[in-house]
Write a protein that binds this ligand. Structure first.
Ligand SMILES: Nc1ncnc2c1ncn2[C@@H]1O[C@H](COP(=O)(O)OP(=O)(O)OP(=O)(O)O)[C@@H](O)[C@H]1O
Length: 261
């Protein structure tokens, strides 16, 4: 049984189908990438997978259970999200913001335990932000905020991490560091990404969306072909292997002369 699975989920807004009967599964320990151009429905699909939006039809299952039969607390004990919005932590210090990750594991009105404090400290150290613990979250740079929000997600000690474009705002070194940390955490990961090379490097499997549909899926090597890249993104690409590491490398060479944007 897959750990996380969307079965034929659809979602429309104002009569327009944004996600169109998409099925996707994430096995325990896998890192699964979700790719596709702006507006193709990645975030809308992820919002259904992290129990933010109910699908109009179809269902999402965690360990075989429909996620809408779980309480928000039960769900949050198992799934943490690094989304694109972080407004709700704006009035807190970094330490307090990361402590929010402990809420699903605390009883109501309980004080933070020594274990909670230790987990928060460990997670801040892991993302290289322990020195920011007393700072106001709102005063951090975009990249610092993103790393602190990852610390909050890790502090939740979830089985599954759902990440929506987590490398936004990060410089190239921190983009790689964040993905490295995510992989090192040993969690099961579902991640929407724009960078094809990061996807090729860190994802075990990839789903590529276009216009609300999954149009191809598979290993990075089978999904990220020049033909698929031209079809989906409208650019010409050279795909080869890096000397030394053998990792897949995607070089965008030009706007495609054949694909319509
Ligand atoms: N709540 C909403 N109300 C109206 N339209 C919406 C809503 N949510 C999403 N959409 C529309 O659905 C489409 C898909 O949006 P979505 O954010 O899922 O795409 P995406 O693939 O994540 O894009 P990006 O890569 O730009 O983040 C877009 O055209 C968007 O404007």
């Amino acid at each position: 049984m897959s750990l996380l699975e969307a079965r034929n989920v659809s979602w429309s807004v104002d009569g327009q189908r944004i996600v169109d009967s998409v099925s996707l599964h994430v096995e325990r320990g896998e890192c699964v990438g979700l790719l596709g151009p702006n507006g193709c429905g990645k975030s809308s699909l992820l919002r259904m997978m992290y129990r933010h939006t109910r699908p109009d039809s179809g269902s999402v299952h965690l360990d075989g259970r429909d996620i809408w039969t779980l309480s928000p607390r039960e769900f949050a004990q198992k799934v943490a999200v690094l989304g694109q919005e972080s407004a709700h932590v704006f009035d807190y210090t970094v330490q307090e913001a990361v402590m929010m990750g402990r809420i699903p594991h605390q009883s109501p009105w309980a004080r933070n335990s020594a274990h909670d404090l230790q987990v928060v400290e460990d997670c801040l150290r892991q993302v290289g932000c322990l020195h920011l613990a007393e700072r106001d979250f709102s005063g951090l740079s975009g990249g610092e905020k993103q790393r602190v929000l990852l610390a909050r997600a890790l502090a939740q000690e979830p089985e599954v991490l759902i990440l929506d474009e987590p490398t936004n705002h990060l410089d190239i070194r921190y983009q790689l560091e964040l993905m490295h940390l995510v992989k090192q955490s040993g969690r099961t990961v579902q991640v929407a990404l724009h960078d094809l090379n990061i996807a090729a490097q860190y994802c075990d499997r990839i789903y590529v969306m276009q216009g609300g549909n999954v149009i191809t899926r598979g290993t990075p090597a089978s999904a990220l072909t020049p033909e698929n890249i031209a079809r989906v993104y409208g650019v010409d690409a050279l795909v080869d292997r890096r000397p030394g590491t053998g990792l897949l490398r995607v070089s965008i060479t030009a706007l495609s002369s054949t694909a319509a944007l």
